[in-house]
Design a protein around this ligand. Structure first.
Ligand code: HEM
Length: 166
């Protein structure tokens, strides 16, 4: 791989492929579920990290590993600052633009813009909040809260810890 762009040094701890087997999902309007997820952060030498995220369902389909949620995005850092942007597309038909901060080995992001297909299912997602935190050298954690057109303020949807696999 080409050398990591200097601007991305504060995010170097995210690089790699991470796999979580014990994800827990909930929301006031749905049944609790569990899920597996693989998330990968890589780069091509540009000042952005490429995020690939594949999740597998969940309660009844947990064992079959049926693909469910998928995301592809770019994490950018405002050079010389701790300010971050995530430009992310989700296979459920939404586009997420989030901003936030990196503090040590933790990232906090909140959406300021969510784009949506005209034929998306209700309720609409109206806000997404994410944190990524390095728990130890081999363990990454992601927690997601969201707000929808039917439920505000933001509430918990997802928590998962991943182990580094590559
Ligand atoms: C339901 C958004 C990631 C699994 C939902 C709902 C929304 C949503 C808006 C409907 C809630 C309602 O009916 O009130 C999101 C967003 C995500 C995300 C914005 C990422 C930022 C995931 C992931 C999984 C997942 C990674 C796990 C594989 C589910 C399940 C349901 C659900 C199982 C219930 C579906 C149903 O009962 O029909 N999600 N989700 N979601 N989500 Fe997510």
């Amino acid at each position: 791989a080409p050398p990591l762009h200097d601007a991305l040094k504060p995010l170097a701890w995210l690089l790699g492929t991470w796999r979580g087997e014990e994800g827990k999902g909930d929301y006031p309007t749905i049944k609790d579920f569990k899920y597996k997820e693989e998330v990968k952060f890589d780069h091509v030498g540009q000042p952005n990290l490429h995020l690939h995220n594949n999740s597998q369902f969940c309660s009844s389909h947990y064992e079959t590993g049926k693909p469910l949620h998928r995301e592809k995005g770019f994490l950018k850092i405002q050079p010389g600052t701790s300010h971050l942007a995530l430009v992310n597309t989700q296979n459920v038909g939404i586009v997420e633009l989030s901003e936030g901060e990196v503090k040590g080995q933790e990232i906090m992001l909140e959406s300021h813009t969510i784009g949506r297909m005209t034929f998306g299912k209700d309720p609409a997602v109206t806000k997404i909040q994410r944190t990524f935190r390095l728990v130890d050298a081999d363990t990454l954690e992601q927690v997601v809260h969201m707000e929808t057109s039917a439920t505000a303020p933001a509430q918990h949807h997802l928590s998962i810890q991943y182990k580094k696999v590559a």
